[in-house]
Design a protein around this ligand. Structure first.
Ligand code: G6P
Length: 743
């Protein structure tokens, strides 16, 4: 408010001053103009009077008989502006004058004047004198002097000056106010637009072009963003590297000196299940697993996770270990067995009914139970024991994943004080008010502050975490270095946006084959357009909103009915929880209702595929779909968006992406939407379906470049480089400490 007042004054004052100066410059010009007009008026008046009095005055001068002429002269002089009259004979003597003739004025003053008269300044004020020669035929007989009072001209000029100054000042203020208002409005628009662009929301707006006033700047702003990124890279060594598995391995050997890696997550990367065909291996639908697995392949080490598959126990050794991936065997998977009460309390209860809804703004109330908390703590302890058992050295690098293990960093620290603990929180972190709902908020914060590095997808979530620490703990926060000092230890809190492993050339089916096969499965013509959603069946993913948007699309643009099908892959998830069962029923009902309304003769506008899909099948769907729609109501990152981009080596297809997914901060060329605004999503789908091939290509090329470069090896590499730096520092300070102890 004060800033805008200051800004207004800074703008208003100079303008008002400029107007004042203009008024002062203008007034003398107006003055001299009006004076000239008055003089001319007076001259015309004087010569009229002269002509009227010419005859009687010449007679009187000749005969010296003034008796009849004097009263006449006084009568004429009895005028508001005419001060006096005088008559001079040919010898130049003032032979007659009216009563108010100013002293000091005589015929010699008249001689000095020409016929047009002039202004003379007398002690009583300025007067204008006109000398009118009186002639009989060609003979000059006398001169009539007319003295006009000019003080009224001065009075009028002063009035004019005052009015002009007031007029200009008011005009100036008005102009300033109007310009200020216009400037303020367009400045706000600009700032909002530019800010949105910088945040990746506004360059390409949901279903419209960039704001018209920003249109000419889009190119420049994009290259500005690139420059900023380049600048950032030059200051962060991890940014400048072209990250790939080989690079990551080199980093481990050279900078971490081959230090061992232990990774902990709840979800395991490979699940062994019993089926009619014997034991099968499944890959879970988990963004975390998708991202982290390629990193583990590159780094080797041991992955500790909950063994949840029905055949998991049958394929492990006595310690619960096996080498994975099947056939490749590049790292060890250590499975932890949980009892039914442990799984219920820790996984379903505290993690998924408590922390999950607490951290996602999806309008589902978190539930906190004492028993769940007890189990959560207990299971975290059990995993901490497993880490300590698996560690071959006393300073391993431990990578702890997600909200299932908020207490683990501290517990590992207690068992392995020299370990480098990198914790990554894969979901959003709420603001302090929301986080404060959790009855065990301090314990959770303290647990996480056992980490050396604590990572979030976005800076915003990192800031929320720091604010929560500030609110609920006695800790020292250094915003400059983004560190928290608590209990004598330092934790670095940083944003590391997660990603996927960029595929090295597509090994699977061609785009054409994928397209044809999908359309055959759907029973539609080759030119039929297809939209795709790929999610776990979770209430945070905005699946119902997405289906409603398809319905709205048909209402707003009926030309798509019969020409467009939306395929929704939904992997069943956490299905023993009531909330998830209710959600599944709602999704099914919505799809059925839309199909009943718009489907006919075998045409089903929405195709729900509620079952587990392997990664090959998902990739084929990506390659076959014209549009991929991600409408999460809240999401840490969302890797479906990045996977779709990676699958489109034909540089075609359009991504519609929720502004509430972390991915929207990076994927600026997607059509960014607010999933709560159904019409907006519907219009974005329409725009995507009608988008010319050239525009699709332009966007896709740019998206692909970004995902290729900012891949998951970069994510892991940057965290590990930071870990290496901190380890180095700790080793040096430990040595200094030892030396000090000796001396
Ligand atoms: C999210 C979480 C992961 C989790 C995944 C699947 O992506 O961040 O930690 O693995 O959902 O959920 P689930 O409960 O099946 O492991």
């Amino acid at each position: 408010m004060f800033r805008s007042l200051r800004l207004s004054l800074r703008f208003l004052l100079p303008l008002a001053l400029a107007m004042l100066v203009m008024a002062y410059v203008t007034v003398p010009i107006i003055d001299s103009l009006t004076l000239r007009w008055f003089m001319r008026d007076l001259d015309i008046r004087a010569s009229t009077i002269g002509r009227a009095l010419e005859e009687p005055l010449l007679d009187a001068v000749e005969t010296q008989a003034w008796r009849r002429v004097d009263p006449q002269l006084e009568r004429v002089a009895n005028d508001e502006r005419l001060l006096a009259l005088g008559v001079c004979n040919v010898a130049g003597d003032l032979v007659r004058k009216t009563r108010l003739m100013p002293t000091g004025l005589d015929c010699r003053s008249a001689d000095r004047l020409d016929e047009s008269g002039s202004m003379v300044r007398l002690p009583r004020g300025p007067v204008h004198i006109t000398a009118i020669p009186l002639r009989r035929g060609d003979v000059h007989g006398a001169t009539l002097l007319l003295v006009h009072d000019l003080s009224f001209v001065e009075r009028r000029s002063q009035d004019t000056r005052r009015y002009v100054i007031i007029l200009f000042t008011v005009l100036g203020m008005l102009l300033a106010l109007i310009s200020l208002l216009v400037a303020h409005m367009s400045w706000r628009g600009w700032v909002a637009g530019v800010r949105a662009m910088l945040q990746g929301e506004g360059v390409i707006r949901p279903f419209s072009q960039p704001r018209p006033e920003l249109q000419p700047l889009v190119g420049d702003l994009r290259s500005l963003l690139r420059d900023i990124e380049r600048e950032r890279r030059s200051t962060d060594p991890g940014m400048a590297i072209n990250w790939n598995p080989e690079m990551l391995r080199r980093l481990l050997h050279e900078q971490l000196r081959g230090d061992e890696i232990l990774l902990v997550s709840n979800r395991e990367p490979y699940i062994h299940v019993k089926s009619e065909r014997g034991i099968e291996v499944q890959r879970p639908a988990s963004g975390l697993v998708t991202a982290v697995e390629p990193v583990m392949r590159a780094c080797s080490g041991t992955w500790i996770a909950h063994g949840s598959g029905s055949a998991d126990r049958e394929v492990v050794d006595s310690r619960g270990c096996l080498r994975v991936p099947p056939g490749e065997q590049s790292y060890t998977l250590r499975r932890i067995w949980l009892t039914e009460p442990e799984e219920r309390g820790y996984y379903y209860g505290f993690a998924n009914e408590g922390l999950w809804p607490l951290c996602h703004i999806a309008h589902v109330r978190p539930v906190f139970r004492d028993e769940d908390w007890r189990q959560y703590r207990r299971v975290n302890e059990r995993f901490a024991d497993a880490v300590a058992q698996e560690a071959k050295t006393d300073d391993p690098v431990v990578l702890i994943q997600d909200y299932h293990f908020a207490l683990l960093p501290r517990m590992v620290r207690e068992r392995l004080p020299r370990a480098t603990i990198i914790t990554f929180w894969h979901i959003p972190w709420p603001n302090p008010e929301s986080f404060g709902i959790c009855p065990w908020r301090s314990e959770i914060l303290e647990g996480l502050l056992g980490s050396t590095i604590l990572g979030f997808h976005t800076r915003y979530h990192g800031r929320n975490f720091l604010e929560a620490v500030d609110r609920f703990l006695e800790a020292r926060i250094e915003h400059e270095s983004s560190t928290v000092s608590f209990g004598g230890r330092l934790t670095r809190v940083e944003a590391f946006p997660i990603s996927i492993a960029w595929p090295d050339g597509q090994k699977g089916k061609s785009i054409e084959v994928c397209r044809t096969e999908m359309r055959t499965r759907l029973g539609v013509r080759p030119g039929h357009l297809v939209g795709l959603g790929v999610d776990r069946l979770d209430y945070t993913k905005g699946i119902v909103e997405r289906l409603l948007a398809v319905e709205r699309l048909f209402e707003l643009h009926p030309e798509w009915i019969g020409r467009f099908t939306f395929v929704q892959i939904a992997a069943p998830s956490r299905s023993s929880l009531d909330e998830y069962q209710r959600f599944e029923a709602q999704v099914r009902a919505t799809a059925a209702q839309i199909n009943a309304r718009f489907g006919k003769d075998g045409y089903e506008p929405i195709r729900m595929l509620i079952e587990h899909h392997g990664s090959t099948s998902v990739t084929e769907h990506y390659r076959a779909a014209d549009v991929c729609v991600v409408t999460s109501l809240h999401d840490g990152m969302n890797l479906v968006a990045k996977e779709y981009v990676a699958a489109r080596d034909d540089e075609r297809g359009v991504l519609v992406l929720s502004q509430f997914a972390g991915a929207a901060r990076e994927l600026h060329e997607a059509l960014i939407v607010n999933p709560y605004h159904i019409e907006e999503v519907a219009e974005a789908m329409h725009r995507a379906l009608s988008m010319p091939a050239e525009e699709q290509r332009e966007r896709m090329v740019s998206l692909r470049q970004l995902v290729r470069e900012f891949n998951v090896y970069r994510w892991a590499g940057r965290m590990l480089m930071e870990a290496a730096r901190l380890r180095q520092r700790e080793r040096i300070s430990a040595r200094i400490g030892e030396t000090r102890g000796v001396t």
